[in-house]
Design a protein around this ligand. Structure first.
Ligand code: HXC
Length: 514
């Protein structure tokens, strides 16, 4: 055969593989509103940037009729490409081929691209759309998952790992996304659960749909397994692209800087926070009044809404914002919000992203439910994460900083580099009402008009403690600033922290309150 003929044969083989599970299976995929694995990769990556590897890999299973089955690409497409010029490694399970089920060679293709991503120090994106362990391949499939989980853990904190759930992700398969940094889900398409509706019906006699059990909303609002929710696959890809612009390629780099931009004039920083400490407001407006172009890319928008986390830029540099949200539960810390913040803080620390904390909270949420849900263990995570973090850490106290909340939200005592307070800051062991009721109980009870006396005592307490000056006098905060000075001071603080070098004792690793 001449080279020309051989090349023609190659093209024919390629064409066959690119058809995946065939036209009928593709039609079925499309009928339920899903893109094919190949379309997904091409929609996500820069045009003409995708290069596929291991296209001709074939399975070696010999049981249950598998010996005669041809599974193109063994149900997964792997390769490299770019997103806005940033190199990435990617795999996408192809549901049209044996339901995207994971057999030995399928797993080897994934682990090979994972090894490549780690070696090249570039982000890894995994698109999940699979019936789980390939039943005909038995323990080989289970081994495949184990190899993936090990690599997820090895790469954790070295390269960004993104999981996109675009179909079923069932059984043990869910643990690879759970081990990665960010999980993306799409309404009506993503289904994630350990035990499916059939098992639940058999074991518990309860009927539940896949959507109700582990649909996109469930994981965005209730479980906290998902970080980004989208209404369509294309919207999801836009979210991934945007995230890639905010994060570095690996832990040895910083995120790429952007040209600095002033916040939009509609966000007026000194008009957002009400002076009455019991009045709510949306802390995201404060973030928007500080961030470049007022652009705030929120993470986990609908889970534990009493804390807000996400990326923005200050003077062109990516920062991670962590902010109490007075709109929801007055911004208290509880089990879920502590988990949410702690993981994000650890992400930022691992990937050299400075942390900006905006504080306004009455403390940890009291109650039997929280105590029994383990608020001690979960609440400790945020203390651990801030204490452990060595990236530049800056706190701005907007209003309330009471009790454990004051300490937990990146206080000087957990080694904040800079703590700024607005004149509206109230730094105290607890709120004035609670404090007055305890320490002036006798006077209030014995007064002719207890309500009047309570008011007087609350004012007395506020005067003495509910202000930033007692903490400023001790040097626990560095300076009291006007709200309008915040952005400039943050720019300066980040600038002077560029060469921060904050040593920690050498150890194998700590024992965080997982
Ligand atoms: C082999 C599978 C498969 C699997 C699907 N297929 N799942 N083949 N192993 N796990 C095949 C089907 O036989 C079918 O092949 C094709 O994929 C499409 O599947 P359908 O059932 O027709 O699709 P659909 O109706 O959309 O249903 C999707 C599904 C269902 C809900 C995912 O297929 C399903 O329940 N699959 C089994 C899920 C499961 O229990 N997996 C094992 C989990 S345990 P044909 O040839 O007919 O087109 C696990 C352990 C991992 O994963 C532990 C790691 C630690």
């Amino acid at each position: 055969m001449s080279l020309k003929q051989k090349t023609r044969e190659l093209l024919k083989r390629r064409e066959q593989v690119q058809l995946g599970g065939g036209e009928k299976a593709i039609e079925k995929q499309k009928a339920i509103g899903k893109l094919t694995a190949r379309e997904r990769i091409l929609s996500l990556l820069d045009p003409d940037s995708f290069h596929e590897y291991d296209m001709f890999v074939a399975h070696e299973a010999r049981d249950f009729g598998m010996e005669t089955k041809i599974l193109h690409g063994d149900g997964v497409i792997t390769g490299t490409g770019t997103i806005y010029g940033a190199p990435i490694c990617i795999y996408a399970q192809d549901f049209t081929v044996a339901g995207g089920s994971l057999g030995l060679m399928h797993a080897r293709k994934i682990t090979k691209i994972m090894d490549h991503a780690l070696k090249m120090r570039v982000p890894l994106i995994g698109i999940n759309d699979s019936g789980g362990a390939r039943i005909q391949e038995g323990v080989n499939s289970l081994a495949g998952y184990g190899e993936i989980f090990f690599r997820n853990t090895l790469s954790s904190g070295v390269i960004p790992q993104l999981s996109v759930i675009l179909g079923p992700c069932a059984g043990g398969a869910v643990y690879s996304p759970a081990l990665t940094d960010f999980v993306f889900v799409v309404e009506n398409i993503s289904k994630m659960f350990i035990t499916g509706p059939e098992v639940i019906k058999t074991v518990l006699g309860e009927e539940i749909s896949m959507e109700e059990l582990g649909g996109a909303k469930v994981h965005s609002e209730i479980t906290g397994n998902a970080h980004f929710f989208a209404k369509s696959e294309m919207e999801c890809f836009e979210q991934i692209k945007k995230l890639i612009t905010y994060i570095p390629w690996n832990n040895g780099q910083k995120a790429r800087p952007f040209p600095p931009k002033e916040p939009k004039s509609e966000y007026k920083i000194d008009k957002i926070v009400p002076s009455d400490a019991s009045q709510p407001y949306d802390v995201r407006d404060v973030i928007r009044s500080i961030a470049d172009d007022s652009d705030f890319f929120e993470v986990m928008t609908d889970f534990a809404r009493n804390i807000v986390i996400g990326f923005g830029r200050i003077n062109g540099e990516t920062v991670g914002f962590v902010a109490n949200q007075p709109l929801v539960l007055a911004g208290v810390l509880d089990c879920d919000s502590s988990d949410k913040a702690a993981r994000f803080i650890r992400y930022c620390n691992a990937f050299n992203v400075p942390l900006v904390t905006l504080e306004d909270l009455p403390g940890y949420l009291p109650g039997v439910d929280q105590e029994h849900a383990g608020v001690i263990r979960h609440g400790a995570k945020i203390l651990y994460a801030y204490s452990e973090a060595t990236v530049p850490k800056i706190t701005v106290i907007l209003r309330k900083a009471y009790g454990g909340g004051y300490i937990a939200m990146n206080s000087r005592h957990l080694r904040a580099d800079f703590v700024f307070a607005w004149p509206s800051a109230e730094i105290a062991v607890m709120g004035p009402e609670g404090a007055a009721n305890i320490i002036f109980r006798k006077e209030i009870m014995e007064a002719e008009n207890p309500d009047e006396m309570r008011k007087i005592k609350v004012e007395e307490y506020k005067e003495k403690f509910a202000n930033p000056y007692v903490a400023a006098a001790k040097g626990y905060i560095d300076t009291v600033i006007e709200p309008s000075e915040t952005r400039n001071l943050l720019i300066h603080a980040i600038d002077v922290s560029k060469n921060k070098n904050d040593g920690r004792p050498k150890k194998k690793h700590g024992i965080p309150p997982f």
